[in-house]
Ligand binder design. Structure first.
Ligand code: NAP
Ligand code: MN
Length: 268
């Protein structure tokens, strides 16, 4: 099995990476291959796993991921830094077992000479404005829903629902649901301006289209990255046909992961 190691180069991550490389080189059926891997092992935190996901974006259907935790929270990272031997043992006995989660597809239509880009997000995409109010029309499948006024809109995947989406009052979505969620950031609600106010959970058949009134002064993100500085005419969000695959050598229930990450083991 061809394995890539994707580390954040922190001190403790480098120690883990060295140990893991030694283990892989010793095993007869494993080899290191950063260019064309079947399995990508990220070492760090969730940010590292997000970077690994975007690094291998073009071959996302052929790759399975594993996260080793040396970072802060590590929502996506199942393995601890002291479990390298156990992990190498599991890699040698790999039989292709995996679990997959939904991804978000973004189509960005530009207004400077047209053209569009398609991107994939593992956590979310946010359109926001820093100075003055962001005004956008929201459509679901060409049905006008509302004129949003506020700081921004966050559209997230189920596994991303515990990230930015959670901080702005979105719901935590079970990733066995093939759905995306649109959550408001500081919407203006008064006698004059009105938004739904609730997060919206959207089925795979639906496309959410966001049309900013001002094409220029917005910031668009795709996970930890900012999308280029071009004027945006509209963004179309949908569940992607692609999914992210994780090698599943041991099962951690999603809600157990949520409880461990946000409540903690000692809090009972
Ligand atoms: P970061 O500042 O380290 O991320 C913020 C926190 O979110 C970190 O504790 C990170 O874990 C955690 N996190 C990332 N993905 C998560 C997930 N799916 N579920 C639960 N927690 C998650 O920056 P980063 O590591 O580059 O991550 C980028 C992400 O940060 C973005 O995709 C966005 O979701 C999030 N973010 C959140 C806010 C907010 O809550 N106000 C603002 C901006 C961005 P690690 O410590 O393990 O990295
Ligand atoms: Mn981080």
């Amino acid at each position: 099995m061809r394995i890539a190691i994707f580390s954040n180069n922190g001190k403790s991550s480098n120690v883990v990476a060295t140990k893991l490389k030694q283990g892989i080189l010793k095993a007869r059926n494993l080899q290191l291959d950063g260019l064309n891997p079947e399995l990508v092992i990220s070492i760090g935190g969730d940010g590292t796993l997000l970077s690994a996901f975007h690094h291998y974006n073009d071959s996302i259907d052929e790759i399975r991921f594993i996260g080793i935790h040396t970072g802060h929270l590590g929502f996506y990272t199942d393995w601890r830094d002291n479990e390298v031997d156990h992990l190498v043992h599991s890699l040698q006995r790999d039989n292709g077992q995996s679990v997959s989660y939904p991804l978000l597809s973004l189509k960005i239509n530009y207004s400077d000479g047209g053209g569009s880009d398609k991107l994939l997000a593992l956590n979310e995409s946010v359109l926001k404005r820093v100075s003055s109010t962001m005004v956008t029309d929201i459509y679901i499948n060409h049905q006008f829903i509302e004129k949003f006024r506020g700081d921004g809109l966050c559209t997230s995947t189920p596994t991303g629902s515990t990230a930015y989406n959670k901080s702005i009052g979105g719901a935590i979505l079970d990733p066995s649901l093939n759905a995306i969620q649109v959550s408001e950031m500081a919407s203006i609600n008064n006698r004059v301006f009105r938004t739904l106010g609730s997060p919206m959970i959207i089925s795979p058949e639906q496309t959410v289209t966001i049309i900013p009134k001002d094409h220029y002064h917005n910031v668009l993100t795709c996970d930890q990255m900012m999308v280029h500085d071009r004027p945006i005419r509209s963004i179309e969000y949908q569940i992607s046909n692609h999914r992210i695959y994780f090698a599943r050598y041991r099962h951690i229930h999603f809600w157990e992961r949520v409880s461990n990450s946000f409540i903690g083991l000692d809090n009972n």
